[in-house]
Design a protein around this ligand. Sequence first.
Ligand SMILES: Cc1cc2nc3c(=O)[nH]c(=O)nc-3n(C[C@H](O)[C@H](O)[C@H](O)COP(=O)(O)O)c2cc1C
Length: 409
Amino acid sequence: MGNQEDIDLSVDFCGVTFLNPFVLASAPPTTTGGMIGRAFKAGWAGAVTKTLLINASTITNVTPRLASLGFKGQAPGSKVNYALENIELVTDRDLSLWLKEIEDLKKKFPDHIVIASIMDDASEPKGWQRLAKQCEEAGADMIELNMSCPHGMPERGMGSAIGQDIDLAARVTGWVAEAVDIPVMAKMTPNVTDVGLVAKACVDAGADAISATNTVASIIGVDLETLSPLPSVSGYSAHGGLSGPAIKPIALKAVASIAEATDVPISGIGGITAWEDAAEFILLGASTLQVCTAVMMHGYSIIDNLVEGLAGFMKKKGFTTISDMVGVSLEKLIPLGELDTKTRLVAHIDNTTCTQCDACFISCRDGGYQAITRGSDKVYKVTEKLCSGCSLCMQVCPVSGCITMGPKS
Ligand SMILES: Cc1cc2nc3c(=O)[nH]c(=O)nc-3n(C[C@H](O)[C@H](O)[C@H](O)COP(=O)(O)O)c2cc1C
């Protein structure tokens, strides 16, 4: 990406300085302090611990606990995963072990940011406050409130059982904000009607930052041989949480809604795999970014693409700091009723790059406006007065740039 020395990737996130915006999300890549240390060495600026509980001995994970979503008909030997579903619970490692590891991490990596993710039920403040205080004393730079895990924990009155109830979410945030001096970040669930409302209630109750989002409640599929939903645990399953590229659009919408509803820093999470995803989250209002599934699939080394790619993009677009870029695209997000209805575009097909696959013809015939005709020589033509400008043909065309939308010729 060339020389990007004049680009400053550091971020001031509610008073905490991150060397760059990239943070490991609370998940398997942050299962131990040792793993987090390796990630810091690889270039990650911060990490959110796997969620800590007062009593980790209540946690027993099932096997297997992951299932992935590819697409039917992939070529043998190739595997593209759009999403991962997990039914994993929070950490099963003892709190005292974690507190020691947080302390060690901060000694070894004083410039890297350790965020302690914590969880309890909403019956009383004691557990939340004790967890938060102990993590603060161990040296954690921030606290993240896990009020958003959609599986396993809600049955115990924890996770999204709290984040889906505005009053409980605000109450828990207030308890923790009152107990510690370090910044408190509330992690949202996307499984609500209006995430902006929940985030605002948490900010009003004392949250210094919001992270969004946790996984999307899901059932990833059913094994058609055994008829068991997936992942199958001795023939049975439970609904779980979806992560990875498929949830990015849901997470981007959540971040934009939170940016519009609050004025605190936002940590964007959901499907970030490459620098382009990171740039999109920042443009819609996030200033730090958390990553889980892409690291689970490809390892800590994806940080090189994220850092170099983002710096290269910033240089190209004339942004010198992350704060120059945060939320810049929000002003282009307007009510649908205010969008331009006067400009009428139609499809244009470049038959010189067309592979004659028929996809545009079939889609327009059966899912569109019958505007594309196919000559006997498989040359495709758009009848402009029939084309409604929907762009379906462009969406299904496998050749980039072959079909474009433009004014009538
Ligand atoms: C296997 C697995 C375990 C997870 N465990 C936790 C957890 O303990 N606490 C938490 O707040 N989020 C947990 N998450 C959610 C992630 O932190 C993150 O919010 C979510 O995966 C979306 O980001 P991604 O698309 O980059 O994976 C977990 C996700 C996965 C896939």
